[in-house]
Design a protein around this ligand. Structure first.
Ligand code: IMP
Ligand code: MG
Length: 181
C-alpha cells in the first residue's frame, strides 16, 4: 500500500518510538492521580489512542466521541458537529482528550468546550500531529507527537474519504489519487 504515497513523513518505527516517549510524558504528568479518563475523537484517533494507551502506566477509563469533520474529503469543515457524544460521567475526573491531528482547530475546540461543560477536575489534550500553519481557532495541545507542514496526510488512522486508515505509516497521497474518490 505504501506505493500509494507520494511522500512518507513518519514511518511505523518513527510513530512507535514517539508514542512510547509520549506515553512516558503522560504517565509522568498524571503520576499523582489514581486514574484518568481518556476521551478519543473517532474515527481518526482510533489507532493512536490504542497505541498510546498501551504506553500509559495508570488505570484508564475510556470513552469515544464522534464528530463530523469533512464535508468534502480533504478540506477541514469549519463547523464540525458532535454526532455521538460521551457516555461516561466526567465531573471531577481527570480527563485527557486525544485526537489524531490538529488542523484548523475547530474540532478539538468544540470537543474541549463540550467536556469543560461537564466540569472535569482537569482537562489536558494529546494529539499525534500538529499542522500549526493551518490554525484558524487558537489552540495549543499539551502533548504533541509530531509537527507537520500544511499537507494532507493519510495513514495510521487518518483517512481520505474513509480510505487508507490502515496504512502503517503517515504520508501524503499521490496527487492522482486525490479527487479520484
Ligand atoms: P480541524 O477541525 O480543522 O482541526 O480538523 C481536525 C480533523 O480533521 C482531524 O480530527 C482529522 O480527522 C481531520 N484532518 C485534518 N487534517 C487532516 C489530514 O491531513 N488528513 C486526514 N484528516 C485530517
Ligand atoms: Mg478526526
Amino acid at each position: 500500500m505504501k506505493e500509494l504515497l507520494e511522500k512518507i513523513y513518519f514511518t511505523e518505527e518513527d510513530i512507535k518510538k514517539r508514542i512510547s516517549e509520549l506515553g512516558q510524558d503522560i504517565t509522568e504528568a498524571y503520576k499523582e492521580h489514581d486514574e484518568i479518563t481518556v476521551i478519543s475523537i473517532i474515527n481518526g484517533a482510533l489507532y493512536f489512542t490504542i497505541d498510546i494507551l498501551r504506553n500509559i502506566n495508570i488505570p484508564i477509563r475510556l470513552d469515544c466521541i464522534r464528530v463530523s469533520s469533512y464535508h468534502n474529503k480533504s478540506q477541514s469543515n469549519k463547523e464540525p458537529e458532535i454526532i455521538d457524544s460521551i457516555r461516561l460521567d466526567l465531573k471531577d475526573r481527570h480527563v485527557l482528550l486525544i485526537d489524531d491531528i490538529l488542523d484548523t482547530g475547530h474540532t478539538i475546540s468544540l470537543v474541549y468546550d463540550h467536556i469543560k461543560q461537564c466540569h472535569p477536575s482537569s482537562l489536558l489534550t494529546c494529539i499525534l500531529l500538529d499542522k500549526k500553519r493551518r490554525r484558524t481557532v487558537p489552540f495549543k495541545s499539551d502533548f504533541v507527537g509530531f509537527k507537520i507542514p500544511d499537507k494532507f496526510v493519510v495513514g495510521y488512522g487518518l483517512d481520505y474519504a474513509e480510505r487508507y486508515r490502515n496504512l502503517p505509516c503517515i504520508g501524503s497521497l499521490k496527487t492522482e489519487l486525490l479527487g479520484s474518490i
